[in-house]
Design a protein around this ligand. Structure first.
Ligand code: SF4
Length: 313
Protein backbone atom coordinates (compact mmCIF):
# COMPACT_ATOMS: atom_id res chain seq x y z
CA UNK A 1 0.00 0.00 0.00
CA UNK A 2 1.35 3.43 -0.80
CA UNK A 3 1.07 6.60 1.19
CA UNK A 4 -2.38 8.11 0.88
CA UNK A 5 -3.96 4.91 -0.32
CA UNK A 6 -6.94 3.68 1.59
CA UNK A 7 -6.64 1.06 4.32
CA UNK A 8 -6.68 -2.44 2.86
CA UNK A 9 -8.09 -0.99 -0.34
CA UNK A 10 -11.53 -0.94 1.33
CA UNK A 11 -11.67 2.27 3.26
CA UNK A 12 -12.12 5.74 1.93
CA UNK A 13 -11.92 7.18 5.41
CA UNK A 14 -8.47 6.28 6.76
CA UNK A 15 -5.35 7.09 4.83
CA UNK A 16 -2.14 5.60 6.06
CA UNK A 17 0.66 3.37 5.07
CA UNK A 18 0.67 0.45 7.48
CA UNK A 19 -1.00 -2.57 8.94
CA UNK A 20 -4.13 -1.77 10.93
CA UNK A 21 -3.49 -4.55 13.48
CA UNK A 22 -0.06 -3.08 14.25
CA UNK A 23 -1.52 0.39 14.60
CA UNK A 24 -4.18 -0.89 17.01
CA UNK A 25 -1.71 -2.86 19.09
CA UNK A 26 0.59 0.13 19.33
CA UNK A 27 -2.15 2.30 20.82
CA UNK A 28 -3.45 -0.32 23.25
CA UNK A 29 0.09 -1.10 24.48
CA UNK A 30 0.78 2.61 24.95
CA UNK A 31 -2.43 3.00 26.96
CA UNK A 32 -1.83 -0.09 29.07
CA UNK A 33 1.73 0.97 29.89
CA UNK A 34 0.58 4.23 31.48
CA UNK A 35 -2.56 6.33 31.70
CA UNK A 36 -4.30 8.77 33.97
CA UNK A 37 -5.79 6.84 36.87
CA UNK A 38 -9.37 8.07 37.04
CA UNK A 39 -11.32 5.95 39.52
CA UNK A 40 -14.19 5.32 37.10
CA UNK A 41 -11.71 3.55 34.87
CA UNK A 42 -11.34 0.94 37.59
CA UNK A 43 -14.99 -0.04 37.62
CA UNK A 44 -17.42 -1.64 35.23
CA UNK A 45 -20.48 -0.68 37.27
CA UNK A 46 -22.83 1.09 34.84
CA UNK A 47 -24.27 3.32 37.55
CA UNK A 48 -20.87 4.58 38.65
CA UNK A 49 -19.86 5.10 35.04
CA UNK A 50 -23.05 6.96 34.19
CA UNK A 51 -22.49 9.33 37.11
CA UNK A 52 -18.92 10.01 35.96
CA UNK A 53 -20.05 10.65 32.39
CA UNK A 54 -22.81 13.05 33.36
CA UNK A 55 -20.46 14.92 35.70
CA UNK A 56 -17.71 15.12 33.06
CA UNK A 57 -19.91 16.84 30.51
CA UNK A 58 -19.22 20.26 31.93
CA UNK A 59 -16.49 19.88 34.47
CA UNK A 60 -12.79 19.21 34.16
CA UNK A 61 -11.93 15.60 34.86
CA UNK A 62 -9.59 16.36 37.74
CA UNK A 63 -12.36 18.21 39.53
CA UNK A 64 -14.90 15.48 38.86
CA UNK A 65 -12.98 12.94 40.94
CA UNK A 66 -13.92 14.36 44.36
CA UNK A 67 -17.51 15.09 43.36
CA UNK A 68 -17.90 11.57 41.95
CA UNK A 69 -16.60 10.01 45.17
CA UNK A 70 -18.85 12.19 47.34
CA UNK A 71 -21.86 11.41 45.18
CA UNK A 72 -21.30 7.65 45.42
CA UNK A 73 -20.72 7.88 49.17
CA UNK A 74 -24.09 9.53 49.48
CA UNK A 75 -25.99 7.44 46.92
CA UNK A 76 -23.95 4.28 46.44
CA UNK A 77 -26.39 2.42 44.20
CA UNK A 78 -28.91 3.17 41.50
CA UNK A 79 -31.65 2.19 43.98
CA UNK A 80 -30.50 4.70 46.60
CA UNK A 81 -30.37 7.45 43.98
CA UNK A 82 -33.80 6.55 42.65
CA UNK A 83 -35.21 6.76 46.18
CA UNK A 84 -33.49 10.08 46.95
CA UNK A 85 -35.21 13.40 47.25
CA UNK A 86 -34.67 15.24 43.96
CA UNK A 87 -34.01 18.52 45.71
CA UNK A 88 -31.11 16.88 47.59
CA UNK A 89 -29.57 15.68 44.32
CA UNK A 90 -29.89 19.13 42.77
CA UNK A 91 -28.41 20.75 45.89
CA UNK A 92 -25.46 18.36 45.72
CA UNK A 93 -24.94 19.37 42.08
CA UNK A 94 -24.83 23.08 42.83
CA UNK A 95 -22.70 22.64 45.96
CA UNK A 96 -20.10 20.87 43.83
CA UNK A 97 -20.32 23.39 40.93
CA UNK A 98 -21.15 20.66 38.44
CA UNK A 99 -22.92 22.87 35.90
CA UNK A 100 -26.54 22.83 34.80
CA UNK A 101 -28.84 21.57 37.54
CA UNK A 102 -30.97 19.93 34.88
CA UNK A 103 -28.33 17.26 34.61
CA UNK A 104 -28.92 16.36 38.26
CA UNK A 105 -32.66 16.16 37.67
CA UNK A 106 -32.19 13.97 34.59
CA UNK A 107 -29.74 11.70 36.38
CA UNK A 108 -32.24 11.22 39.18
CA UNK A 109 -34.98 10.51 36.68
CA UNK A 110 -32.79 8.07 34.76
CA UNK A 111 -32.15 6.22 38.02
CA UNK A 112 -35.90 5.93 38.57
CA UNK A 113 -36.32 4.62 35.02
CA UNK A 114 -33.66 1.93 35.50
CA UNK A 115 -35.21 0.85 38.79
CA UNK A 116 -38.81 1.14 37.61
CA UNK A 117 -38.56 -0.13 34.04
CA UNK A 118 -35.58 -2.48 34.22
CA UNK A 119 -35.74 -3.72 37.81
CA UNK A 120 -32.43 -2.01 38.56
CA UNK A 121 -30.45 -3.73 35.78
CA UNK A 122 -29.13 -1.24 33.21
CA UNK A 123 -29.85 -1.89 29.54
CA UNK A 124 -26.64 -2.89 27.77
CA UNK A 125 -26.82 -1.37 24.30
CA UNK A 126 -26.23 2.24 23.25
CA UNK A 127 -29.71 2.32 21.69
CA UNK A 128 -31.52 1.28 24.86
CA UNK A 129 -29.31 3.35 27.11
CA UNK A 130 -30.06 6.45 25.07
CA UNK A 131 -33.73 6.06 26.03
CA UNK A 132 -32.83 7.01 29.59
CA UNK A 133 -33.55 10.56 30.62
CA UNK A 134 -30.76 12.98 29.77
CA UNK A 135 -28.61 10.27 28.21
CA UNK A 136 -27.57 11.35 24.73
CA UNK A 137 -25.84 9.18 22.12
CA UNK A 138 -22.36 10.00 23.40
CA UNK A 139 -23.11 9.11 27.03
CA UNK A 140 -25.07 6.00 26.02
CA UNK A 141 -22.14 4.77 24.00
CA UNK A 142 -19.68 5.54 26.78
CA UNK A 143 -21.72 3.54 29.32
CA UNK A 144 -22.17 0.67 26.85
CA UNK A 145 -18.42 0.66 26.19
CA UNK A 146 -17.02 1.12 29.67
CA UNK A 147 -19.58 -0.91 31.61
CA UNK A 148 -20.44 -3.65 29.12
CA UNK A 149 -17.66 -3.53 26.50
CA UNK A 150 -20.55 -3.28 24.11
CA UNK A 151 -20.25 0.13 22.48
CA UNK A 152 -19.37 1.66 19.16
CA UNK A 153 -16.25 3.68 18.49
CA UNK A 154 -16.42 7.01 20.31
CA UNK A 155 -16.21 10.07 18.07
CA UNK A 156 -15.79 13.25 20.10
CA UNK A 157 -13.74 16.37 19.45
CA UNK A 158 -10.57 14.76 20.75
CA UNK A 159 -11.01 11.65 18.64
CA UNK A 160 -11.72 13.72 15.52
CA UNK A 161 -8.54 15.70 16.08
CA UNK A 162 -6.51 12.51 16.43
CA UNK A 163 -8.00 10.89 13.34
CA UNK A 164 -7.65 14.02 11.26
CA UNK A 165 -4.01 14.48 12.14
CA UNK A 166 -2.90 10.86 12.22
CA UNK A 167 -4.76 9.39 9.26
CA UNK A 168 -5.70 12.43 7.21
CA UNK A 169 -9.41 11.74 7.69
CA UNK A 170 -11.64 14.27 5.94
CA UNK A 171 -13.36 16.80 8.17
CA UNK A 172 -16.80 15.34 7.80
CA UNK A 173 -18.87 13.74 10.57
CA UNK A 174 -19.87 10.59 8.72
CA UNK A 175 -16.30 10.06 7.49
CA UNK A 176 -15.03 10.42 11.04
CA UNK A 177 -17.54 7.81 12.17
CA UNK A 178 -16.49 5.37 9.46
CA UNK A 179 -12.82 5.92 10.22
CA UNK A 180 -13.30 5.48 13.96
CA UNK A 181 -15.31 2.27 13.46
CA UNK A 182 -12.78 0.77 11.07
CA UNK A 183 -9.99 1.46 13.46
CA UNK A 184 -11.66 0.03 16.57
CA UNK A 185 -10.95 -3.70 17.04
CA UNK A 186 -14.19 -5.67 17.00
CA UNK A 187 -15.65 -6.17 20.48
CA UNK A 188 -12.97 -4.08 22.20
CA UNK A 189 -14.84 -0.87 22.82
CA UNK A 190 -13.88 -0.63 26.50
CA UNK A 191 -10.14 -0.52 26.08
CA UNK A 192 -10.17 1.06 22.64
CA UNK A 193 -12.32 4.04 23.48
CA UNK A 194 -10.39 4.62 26.68
CA UNK A 195 -7.11 4.45 24.76
CA UNK A 196 -7.99 6.75 21.87
CA UNK A 197 -9.59 9.29 24.21
CA UNK A 198 -6.46 9.18 26.35
CA UNK A 199 -4.35 9.80 23.26
CA UNK A 200 -6.47 12.83 22.38
CA UNK A 201 -6.33 14.04 25.99
CA UNK A 202 -2.65 13.71 26.83
CA UNK A 203 -0.74 13.49 23.53
CA UNK A 204 -2.77 14.91 20.68
CA UNK A 205 -4.27 17.96 22.36
CA UNK A 206 -4.66 21.25 20.56
CA UNK A 207 -0.96 21.74 21.16
CA UNK A 208 0.34 18.27 20.41
CA UNK A 209 2.89 16.53 22.64
CA UNK A 210 3.89 13.82 20.17
CA UNK A 211 7.37 13.14 21.51
CA UNK A 212 6.87 14.15 25.12
CA UNK A 213 3.92 11.79 25.44
CA UNK A 214 5.62 9.05 23.40
CA UNK A 215 2.74 8.96 20.93
CA UNK A 216 2.57 5.41 19.58
CA UNK A 217 1.37 6.58 16.16
CA UNK A 218 4.26 8.83 15.15
CA UNK A 219 5.48 6.28 12.67
CA UNK A 220 2.24 6.50 10.71
CA UNK A 221 1.00 9.95 11.62
CA UNK A 222 0.37 12.25 8.70
CA UNK A 223 0.72 15.42 10.80
CA UNK A 224 3.91 14.25 12.47
CA UNK A 225 5.45 13.58 9.11
CA UNK A 226 4.31 16.73 7.33
CA UNK A 227 4.57 19.15 10.26
CA UNK A 228 1.00 20.35 9.70
CA UNK A 229 -0.72 20.06 13.09
CA UNK A 230 -3.87 21.96 12.26
CA UNK A 231 -7.14 20.12 12.93
CA UNK A 232 -10.87 20.85 12.72
CA UNK A 233 -10.75 22.54 16.14
CA UNK A 234 -7.22 23.93 15.58
CA UNK A 235 -7.52 26.08 12.44
CA UNK A 236 -4.10 27.65 12.70
CA UNK A 237 -0.82 25.91 13.30
CA UNK A 238 -0.32 25.51 17.07
CA UNK A 239 2.81 27.08 18.47
CA UNK A 240 5.27 24.67 20.01
CA UNK A 241 8.82 23.56 19.59
CA UNK A 242 8.02 22.86 15.98
CA UNK A 243 11.24 22.72 14.12
CA UNK A 244 12.88 19.71 15.75
CA UNK A 245 9.55 17.93 15.77
CA UNK A 246 9.13 18.51 12.06
CA UNK A 247 12.56 17.17 11.30
CA UNK A 248 11.96 14.13 13.46
CA UNK A 249 8.78 13.57 11.49
CA UNK A 250 10.58 13.84 8.19
CA UNK A 251 13.20 11.34 9.34
CA UNK A 252 10.54 8.84 10.37
CA UNK A 253 8.72 9.22 7.06
CA UNK A 254 11.85 8.84 4.97
CA UNK A 255 13.13 5.85 6.88
CA UNK A 256 9.74 4.24 6.35
CA UNK A 257 10.48 4.27 2.63
CA UNK A 258 13.94 2.73 2.86
CA UNK A 259 15.46 -0.32 4.44
CA UNK A 260 18.20 1.73 6.07
CA UNK A 261 19.85 5.01 5.06
CA UNK A 262 23.32 6.40 5.30
CA UNK A 263 23.60 9.35 7.68
CA UNK A 264 24.55 11.97 5.10
CA UNK A 265 22.05 10.70 2.53
CA UNK A 266 19.37 11.10 5.17
CA UNK A 267 20.60 14.58 6.09
CA UNK A 268 20.53 15.78 2.49
CA UNK A 269 17.02 14.45 2.07
CA UNK A 270 15.56 16.16 5.11
CA UNK A 271 17.00 19.64 4.67
CA UNK A 272 18.46 21.48 1.72
CA UNK A 273 21.06 23.29 3.80
CA UNK A 274 22.50 20.09 5.30
CA UNK A 275 26.29 20.19 5.34
CA UNK A 276 27.99 17.30 7.15
CA UNK A 277 30.27 19.52 9.23
CA UNK A 278 28.01 22.57 9.39
CA UNK A 279 25.54 23.84 11.96
CA UNK A 280 22.86 21.59 10.53
CA UNK A 281 25.12 18.65 9.86
CA UNK A 282 26.00 15.28 11.33
CA UNK A 283 26.09 16.40 14.94
CA UNK A 284 22.66 17.98 14.67
CA UNK A 285 21.29 14.96 12.86
CA UNK A 286 22.76 12.54 15.39
CA UNK A 287 20.98 14.51 18.13
CA UNK A 288 17.64 14.03 16.42
CA UNK A 289 18.35 10.36 15.81
CA UNK A 290 19.36 9.86 19.45
CA UNK A 291 15.99 11.29 20.55
CA UNK A 292 14.17 9.00 18.13
CA UNK A 293 16.21 6.01 19.29
CA UNK A 294 15.38 6.85 22.93
CA UNK A 295 11.74 6.87 21.92
CA UNK A 296 12.14 3.42 20.36
CA UNK A 297 11.46 4.63 16.84
CA UNK A 298 14.79 4.18 15.04
CA UNK A 299 18.01 2.21 15.23
CA UNK A 300 21.38 3.73 14.47
CA UNK A 301 24.11 1.30 13.45
CA UNK A 302 27.79 2.08 13.06
CA UNK A 303 29.28 -0.01 10.23
CA UNK A 304 32.64 -0.06 8.47
CA UNK A 305 31.11 1.99 5.71
CA UNK A 306 29.57 4.60 7.95
CA UNK A 307 26.43 5.18 9.97
CA UNK A 308 23.23 3.47 8.90
CA UNK A 309 19.82 4.39 10.28
CA UNK A 310 16.57 2.51 9.96
CA UNK A 311 13.12 2.40 11.49
CA UNK A 312 12.94 0.01 14.42
CA UNK A 313 10.60 -2.90 13.64
S1 SF4 B 1 2.12 11.91 16.36
FE1 SF4 B 1 1.40 13.81 17.32
S2 SF4 B 1 -0.11 14.62 15.89
FE2 SF4 B 1 0.19 12.46 15.39
S3 SF4 B 1 -1.39 11.33 16.52
FE3 SF4 B 1 0.45 11.38 17.76
S4 SF4 B 1 0.23 13.16 19.12
FE4 SF4 B 1 -1.23 13.41 17.40
Amino acid sequence: MTDGEALGGESEALRFDGDVATVRDALVSWYEADHRAFPWRETDDPYEILVSEVMSQQTQLDRVVDAWRDFLDRWPTIETLAAADRAAVVAFWSDHSLGYNNRAKYLHEAAQQVVGDYDGAFPRTPERLSELMGVGPYTANAVASFAFNNGDAVVDTNVKRVLYRAFDVDDDDSTFESAASELMPEGESRIWNNAIMELGGVACGKTPRCDEAGCPWREWCHAYQTGDFTAPDVPTQPSFEGSRRQFRGRIVRLLGEYDGMDLDALGHRIRVDYTPDGEHGREWLRGLLADLADDGLVDVEETEDGTVTRLRR
